[in-house]
Design a protein around this ligand. Structure first.
Ligand code: ZN
Length: 434
């Protein structure tokens, strides 16, 4: 195993048992441990704060939970596996029969040995997730069950997030976001939370960052919404980024496209896969998904992609206790880390240009760009003449759209495009922004 994989493995093992949720001590503890890898700034957003259409929930913490039979035998015990408890369950301490208990039980219909992962964030309720064998045992046990959940809600608590800002040569920012709200589940998304810390560590070593980086660890959905609300004006300036999720499975690499398929970030990812001659799965954008739902929403419209290794929704152990450290391996996370770094490297060196004369057309003939007599234009690439490409570049170069994105829009290879870009730059018609 590589040195970095050994290090990643030690963090996967330490962090796996911690009970994380949308709020609570487990999230704080996770970020504190990851601070050993990268200088994560931990921030707290108070419970009760309005963030757009949502309210930051009360802080939830849990000490213990079990279901006991009449004789005091624990049939289901949170201490054996924290996935047994429906996340954000309210406190309970009562004796009930199976009829009542079964309304609060969840099992996986396809995987008999799996404990499904369930939450009850926005409806006060409680529940246990069990294997099929445990469900059967409970069903066949006579008498009452003692159900105990030692949890608490704190209206004066907070939601915890982690943040690292890495300034580069320009203010053009790349957003890297991952989530920390799942308990003992390895691919979704402990792999992402750990890999992002290593990604930050590697970025901090680089001396040639042309972009600035905003790296965040948030509880999914509410954390991303809260972060957008707390950093609205800065977030609205960001063009693109990555949601780091499910990067540690044994399956194929994949990538989920951003909402604008013509955006640079999609072409860059595909060119990295091609450079490395890697077979990969392509998932078109859809508005289901992870925190791209928030970052790409109308008000922000950040082009977010995800580079996955066994994408959420797609692998059979998704959201079950079998998504554990037998399934996820540190080597896979290390491979994903390398791939992410390759993409960021290319993204970092992508050039962005601005038309130096945005007000009306430039006088092409003055710059020796207009044919002296009509009919003599030679094709530049495909259906496009050189003149077409010149006009398109002057039309598209707005100081935001990168060369890979323009290549994607015009369907002209980057190499061909760059020849003409450099000609226009020499004539001071295009100014390099980044
Ligand atoms: Zn999930």
């Amino acid at each position: 195993m590589s040195e970095i994989a050994i290090e990643i493995e030690s963090y996967l093992k330490r962090l796996f048992p911690i009970t994380r949720s949308i709020t609570g001590e487990g999230n704080r503890e996770t970020l504190k441990i990851l601070q050993e890898v990268a200088p994560i700034h931990i921030k707290e957003y108070p419970s009760g704060t309005s963030v757009y259409d949502w309210i930051i929930p009360e802080e939830w913490n849990v000490q213990n939970a079990w279901i006991q039979d009449d004789n005091g035998n624990k049939i289901v015990d949170f201490k054996n596996n924290n996935v047994h408890l429906v996340s954000y369950s309210e406190p309970v301490n009562k004796a009930i029969n199976f009829e009542e208990l079964k309304e609060h039980l969840h099992f996986h219909d396809k995987l008999p040995n799996a404990i499904p992962y369930r939450t009850t964030y926005y409806k006060r309720d409680w529940g246990f997730c069990v294997t099929q064998a445990q469900y059967k045992q409970l069903e066949e046990t006579s008498g009452l069950f003692n159900v105990y959940i030692d949890s608490e809600f704190n209206p004066n608590g907070s939601l915890t997030i982690g943040e690292i800002l890495i300034p580069g040569k320009s203010e053009h920012e790349i957003l890297i976001s991952t989530y920390i709200c799942h308990p003992s589940l390895a691919n979704d998304n402990l792999s992402g939370a750990v890999m992002t810390a290593f990604l930050a560590r590697e970025l901090l070593k680089k001396k040639d960052l042309t972009r600035s980086y905003r790296i965040v660890w948030v509880p999914e959905t509410i954390g991303a919404i809260a972060y957008c609300s707390m950093n609205e004006s800065k977030m609205k300036r960001i063009q693109s980024g990555l949601v780091v999720t499910t990067v540690g499975g044994p399956g194929k690499f994949g990538y989920k496209q951003s909402y604008n398929v013509k955006h640079s970030i999609n072409s860059i990812v595909e060119s990295v896969f091609e450079d490395k001659d890697l077979d990969y799965l392509k998932y078109p954008f859809d508005y289901h998904g992870s925190d791209d739902r928030q970052y790409s929403s109308q008000g922000f419209r950040i082009n977010m992609i995800s580079l996955t290794k066994d994408k959420y929704y797609e692998y059979k152990y998704y959201h079950t206790s079998l998504d554990n450290l037998d399934y996820v391996k540190a080597e896979y996370v290390a491979q994903s880390l390398e791939l992410h770094l390759n993409v960021l490297e290319k993204l970092n060196h992508e050039r962005v240009y601005q038309n130096c004369y945005p007000n009306c057309e430039v006088m092409l003939s003055k710059h020796d760009l207009y044919p002296k007599t009509g009919g003599g234009q030679l094709p530049g690439y495909g259906e496009l003449t050189d003149l077409d490409i010149v006009l398109q570049l002057l039309w598209v170069c707005d100081g935001h759209t990168g060369v890979y994105g323009i290549s994607n829009q015009l369907n002209v290879p980057v190499k061909v495009l760059m020849g003409i870009v450099l000609r226009l730059q020499r004539k001071n018609l295009l100014c390099q922004v980044v």
